[in-house]
Design a protein around this ligand. Structure first.
Ligand code: TTP
Ligand code: MN
Ligand code: MN
Ligand code: MN
Length: 385
C-alpha cells in the first residue's frame, strides 16, 4: 500500500472496484438491450466482444441518458465507438435493431435455451446445435433422459439414442442437469437461501463446533432472488497452517448426502498436496458444487432442488474468500486486474500476495482486504458491477 493517488471512488473510474454499482441503475432498459448483444457474443464464443459489452454495461451513468448526454457518455471508460452507436440507436428509436434480429434467430434461441441446462456451456451448446438439436426435448432424447412431464410416446426416446457419438462430449453431469433443469432454473428467494444455510450449518455444528459461515454471491449483494446459494465456511479458532478444515468438507458432504439433503455433487475440488514452493497461492480453499433439497416441511409445500456451492476456507483466508465469492464477476475481475496492474499484488479468492516476493497477507476482516489492495471499502450492495 503506497500512494493513494487515484484511489477514490468515482462513477466513471476505469476499474469497477472503484465505482459504486447498485443493483438497479437509471438506464436499466438500455442495459437489458446491451445484455442481449453481450449474450449473443457469448453464446457464439466471441469472448472478447462479449467482455466488451459486459464492461460497457457495468459502467454506471448517474441519470437516464438522453441525446444531450452523448458527449459525456462517449468519454466514459469502456464505451467505444461501436457501443456508442448502439446507445445512439436506443435513444433515438427506443430499441437496438440488432437486438430484434438476434431474438428472432432460431440459433440464438436454441443456444440460450441449451445454456439453461446445468453443465452445458456455450461451446457444448454450439456443438449440440451443429448436430441438429434445437429443443429441450431433442436434448432429452440425445442424452437418454425421460421427461417427467411426458406425453406417453415411449418409442420416440429411442430414436436418437446414438448420442455422444455425435458430439463426442461427456454427458454424465449434463444428464443430471437436464433431469433437474425445470427446478434449477427457478430463482431462490432470500428466505430459502437463509433456511438452507441454517440447515447446512446446523449439520456442520454436529461434526465440529465453532465453524463460521457467510452467505456470499448475489444474495449478499442484495438480490431478491438468486440462481444458487454460495456459502463460505471456515473455523473461528484454527491456527494458520492447521489443515483440519480439509476433513470438514468431505465429512459434511457425506453427512448431508446420508440425510438426503444433498442429492448430487457436481464437482469437488481437493486441496493439492504439494504446496511447498508457495510461489503462487497455495491451496487454501476447497469447493463443492452440489445440488441440495430441503426436507419436506410437512405442510404440503413442494421442495425444489437448488444449486449449492460450499467453499471451505482455511481461517487465514476466510475474509479474502468472502470478498472473492461475493462478486459480482465483473467486480472480481477488476479487483484482480487492479491488484496486478496497479499494486503489484496478486488477488484471488484463495489469497492475497505481493508479486515480487510472494509475501502472503492474511487480512482479518473484509475492510482489511480492501485496505491491503489500497482500495476504499465498498459495501456488498454496491458491488453489482
Ligand atoms: P455465482 O454464484 O456464479 O453468481 P452470483 O452469486 O453473483 O449470482 P447468482 O448465483 O444469483 O446467479 O458466483 C458467485 C461469486 O463467486 C462470483 O462473484 C465469482 C465467484 N466464483 C469464483 O470465485 N469461482 C467460481 O468458480 C465461480 C462459479 C464463482
Ligand atoms: Mn448497471
Ligand atoms: Mn450465486
Ligand atoms: Mn455459485
Amino acid at each position: 500500500p503506497s500512494s493513494r493517488k487515484g484511489a477514490g471512488i468515482c462513477y466513471n473510474h476505469h476499474y469497477s472496484c472503484m465505482r459504486y454499482s447498485p443493483l438497479i441503475c437509471p438506464n436499466q432498459k438500455l442495459v437489458e438491450k446491451l445484455a442481449i448483444l453481450r449474450r449473443h457474443r457469448e453464446v457464439e464464443g466471441l469472448d472478447i466482444q462479449a467482455l466488451g459489452y459486459e464492461r460497457a454495461i457495468s459502467v454506471p451513468f448517474p441519470r437516464v441518458i438522453t441525446t444531450n448526454d452523448f458527449h459525456e457518455v462517449s468519454e466514459l471508460p469502456h464505451i467505444g465507438r461501436k457501443i456508442l452507436s448502439k446507445i445512439q440507436d436506443f435513444i433515438q428509436h427506443g430499441d437496438i435493431p440488432e437486438c430484434r434480429t438476434i431474438l428472432n434467430e432460431t440459433r440464438y434461441q436454441s443456444l440460450v435455451l441449451f445454456n439453461t441446462v446445468y453443465g452445458i456451456g456455450p461451446s457444448t451448446a454450439r456443438a449440440l446445435y451443429s448436430s441438429g438439436l434445437r429443443t429441450i426435448k431433442d436434448l432429452e432424447r440425445h442424452y437418454g433422459v425421460t421427461s417427467r412431464t411426458n406425453d406417453s410416446n415411449d418409442n420416440a426416446s429411442l430414436e436418437h439414442l446414438d448420442r455422444s457419438t455425435k458430439t463426442g462430449l461427456p454427458d454424465l453431469s449434463i444428464k443430471v442437469g437436464l433431469e433437474l433443469r425445470e427446478e434449477l432454473i427457478m430463482r431462490i428467494p432470500r428466505s430459502e437461501v437463509e433456511e438452507i444455510r441454517d440447515v447446512v450449518m446446523n449439520e456442520l455444528a454436529h461434526i465440529r463446533s465453532g465453524c463460521v459461515s457467510t452467505i456470499t454471491g448475489g444474495y449478499r449483494r442484495g438480490k431478491i432472488e438468486s440462481n444458487d446459494i454460495d456459502i463460505v465456511i471456515s473455523h473461528k479458532d484454527l491456527k494458520p497452517g492447521d489443515d483440519q478444515v480439509k476433513g470438514l468438507c468431505a465429512e459434511l458432504i457425506r453427512c448431508l448426502y446420508d440425510k438426503r439433503l444433498l442429492t448430487h455433487v457436481m464437482y469437488l475440488s481437493s486441496f493439492r498436496e504439494h504446496n511447498t514452493l508457495r510461489t503462487t497461492h497455495w491451496d487454501s480453499l476447497q469447493k463443492a458444487l452440489t445440488v441440495f433439497i430441503l426436507p419436506d416441511s410437512g405442510k404440503g409445500q413442494k421442495r425444489i432442488h437448488r444449486r449449492l456451492d460450499l467453499i471451505f476456507a482455511l481461517p487465514e483466508v476466510y475474509h479474502t474468500a468472502i470478498v472473492g465469492w461475493t462478486g459480482s464477476t465483473m467486480f472480481e475481475r477488476d479487483l484482480r486486474l487492479w491488484a496486478k496492474e496497479k499494486k503489484g499484488m496478486k488477488f484471488d479468492s484463495s489469497g492475497i500476495s505481493r508479486r515480487h516476493d510472494s509475501k502472503l497477507y492474511f487480512p482479518k476482516s473484509e475492510e482489511e482486504v480492501f485496505e491491503l489492495l489500497d482500495l476504499e471499502f465498498i459495501e456488498p450492495a454496491l458491488r453489482n458491477a
